[in-house]
Design a protein around this ligand. Sequence first.
Ligand code: MTE
Length: 331
Amino acid sequence: MLIKTRKQIHESEVTDERHFLNRRKLIQGFAGVGALASMPASALVLPGEDNLPRYDNPRWLTDRFANLATTYQAQDKLSPYKTAITHNNFYEFGLDKSDPYELAQSFNTDPWKIEITGEVENPTTFYLEDLLKMVDLEERIYRFRCVEAWSMVVPWIGFEFGKLIKQLNPTSKAKYVEFVTLADEKQMPGLRSIWSSIDWPYREGLRMDEALNPLTLLAVGLYGQAMPPQNGAPIRLIVPWKYGFKSVKSIVAIKFRETMPENTWRLTAPNEYGFYANVNPKVDHPRWSQATERRLPSSLFSPNIIDTEMFNGYGEEVAHLYTGMDLRQWY
Ligand code: MTE
């Protein structure tokens, strides 16, 4: 976020999301004859998308992606698949928007372990495969808004974090949740970069009631397939009413805490970033007005600027979490 994008994707390069919708119809068709479970998403090659990579589920996840219900659907037009997988912020793989797509393809995310620690009855380390047995997967189409004032609309596959929290039995002292990303210098060139000002690992946090809100998702896929490495494989957070930097990628530890955790951007530039990071058109970032946003794809001739909504349009579901708080102070 400290560095501006050098390369913009031109609208004409972007695959129309109708292909995605066609693919969904195709998926439904296959599901109807019971064939999807044995068909990897990557096998479905779409017109105009044949030059884009598809991401195979690990063997143990394939069955779980069949017949997923879409349980939450923003009314907005979906962003093109190409935009979602090539315009990324994942500083562990570089500073440019295209770096994660170019440099993360061999990121090894299977097997994957997640440590659950802190204020829980039984601190445990799970293989992701086992953790996912505790939950049902669903598809949710959410708006996704970055503090850099661009936004997308993405169909995520994941599960409600709150449903997992209840099974992990946090103690009465657990007031916050901290999330930590893998920090592996061998695989992540951004960690070796002399230009990086981040104190790795990347970490983020939520207040317990935010973590328990039904909108808060732990996502393991997008567009009907496994999470691409550049989007935070194999598991990441999605908090749709907050700026995208809260949605931490490639999570290896979840810690229940009594005190508010540090978060990467607040540590890096405390004058610019807070803990809450709620989307708020009335509170500008020092370098980006938050009144409007560029809905991607956007170009010089077709900037696609729209008004930003308070809480990214999710106020009905989350405004009550902040009753009595001055959101100018708690930004
Ligand atoms: N998580 C980690 N570990 N590292 C990062 O650099 N970037 C954040 C967030 N999660 C980031 C991260 C920011 S700034 C944004 S806007 C979103 O991921 C981008 O998600 P996307 O690439 O899937 O669009």
